[in-house]
Design a protein. Structure first.
Length: 384
């Protein structure tokens, strides 16, 4: 037995003994005077100091106040825990919404897989990390819910224990107050004390009903938490199913990616081969064209030399004379300019050579090689 309870019990017994003595003395006072003269038996009463009674009553009030304060604090803790559980449920909803958004983003990324290889790999890594975080958050939420259930059960047990102690304290307080009033009041106050006891019983009944209502609400809250737990389990299964679908989709995308890479490699090899063949063909065509152009230019140059020689007139021609002529032509062969760029040493010969070029205009030309023959230079040697 606790020391406080023992002291309260002792005080209660002493007050009841005092009440019995007072009742006995009161009965003697009600007897007629003649009878009062007769010899009476002396009753030894136990006197309890008033300050001790007041001190014990104050201690009981303080203990009751402390217990009510502790109960209020526990109720506040339970309210905070309920708010925290609601916030965690909201966080879980946010996590589910985030997972849905991630799923939609993954679908969008799948359509761009072939063109955005690096972006796809980054998004896949991010999706894996977010799923891991969602799994961790789900496990943490599960742990928090279990902790909340344990805390609720502990709080209910603690509340029952506190209610029992409170009830015992109230009963002890009522007995002490009743004993004090019986010790200092007259017989007429006994009926009023009985009415007070009835009122306290009514209050105790109301308190019991309130406690039962709180217990019922606690049961409702427990059922709600269990329902949230079942919903969380269902959400967990859904997320796992989405995860398996995402993994299958990822595998399919990787297969498509490998096939696309193989096709791209084959196409690249074919393009490289075609480009090499085209380059080789172009080189052959360029070489053939250059050879044909060179042949045509040589032919035209020979014809120009022959035509200029046909127009050359110089009666006093000395053997061995020659000069280099530079001729500028129009697209139709018209001579725009003719001049000696290397003299023969005979000015008259040089002048006649220039006149022969002008008289031979227009000179033979061809549009295919005109750009290369716009300005030509050749050796003019009439005897050659």
């Amino acid at each position: 037995m606790k020391p406080a309870t023992f002291r309260a019990l002792t005080l209660s017994l002493a007050l009841h003994a005092l009440l019995l003595v007072l009742f006995g003395v009161g009965i003697e006072f009600d007897q007629p005077a003649a009878i009062a003269a007769a010899p009476t038996e002396v009753i030894h009463a136990v006197a309890v100091p008033g300050d001790l009674v007041a001190e014990e009553l104050q201690r009981l009030r303080d203990a009751d106040l402390e217990k009510r304060t502790a109960e209020d604090q526990r109720q506040a803790d339970l309210a905070r825990k309920a708010d925290a559980a609601e916030q965690r449920a909201k966080d879980a909803d946010s996590a589910r919404e985030q997972a849905e958004r991630d799923k939609l983003k993954l679908e969008a990324e799948r359509t761009r897989a072939e063109q955005e290889k690096r972006q796809l790999e980054a998004d896949q890594a991010r999706l894996t990390e977010e799923k891991r975080r969602a799994e961790v958050a789900r496990e943490q939420e599960e742990a928090r819910k279990q902790s909340a259930e344990q805390a609720l059960a502990a709080a209910q047990a603690e509340k029952l224990r506190v209610d029992e102690e409170k009830r015992q304290a109230v009963e002890e307080k009522q007995r002490a107050e009743e004993a004090q009033r019986q010790a200092v009041a007259e017989k007429q106050r006994i009926e009023a004390e009985k009415k007070r006891i009835e009122e306290e019983k009514r209050q105790a009944t109301e308190e019991k009903q309130r406690i039962e209502e709180e217990k019922r609400q606690a049961e409702v809250e427990k059922k709600r938490i269990e329902e949230e737990k079942r919903a969380a389990e269902a959400e967990k299964k859904r997320i796992e199913e989405e995860k398996r679908a995402a993994l299958a989709e990822k595998k399919r995308i990787e297969e498509e990616k490998r096939a696309a890479e193989a096709r791209a490699a084959a196409e690249a090899r074919e393009r490289a081969l075609a480009e090499a063949m085209a380059a080789e063909e172009a080189e052959r065509a360029t070489a053939a064209k250059a050879a044909a152009d060179a042949s045509l230019i040589a032919e035209l140059t020979a014809r120009i030399q022959a035509k200029v020689q046909g127009m050359f007139v110089y009666p006093d021609l000395r053997p061995g004379l020659s000069c280099d002529l530079q001729v500028v032509l129009a697209p139709d062969g018209t001579v725009l300019e003719a001049r000696v760029v290397r003299s023969s040493g005979d000015p008259a010969f040089d002048r006649q050579a220039e006149r022969a070029v002008l008289k031979a205009s227009p000179l033979p030309t061809d549009a295919r090689v005109f750009d290369k023959m716009r300005t030509i230079r050749f050796v003019f040697a009439p005897e050659g």
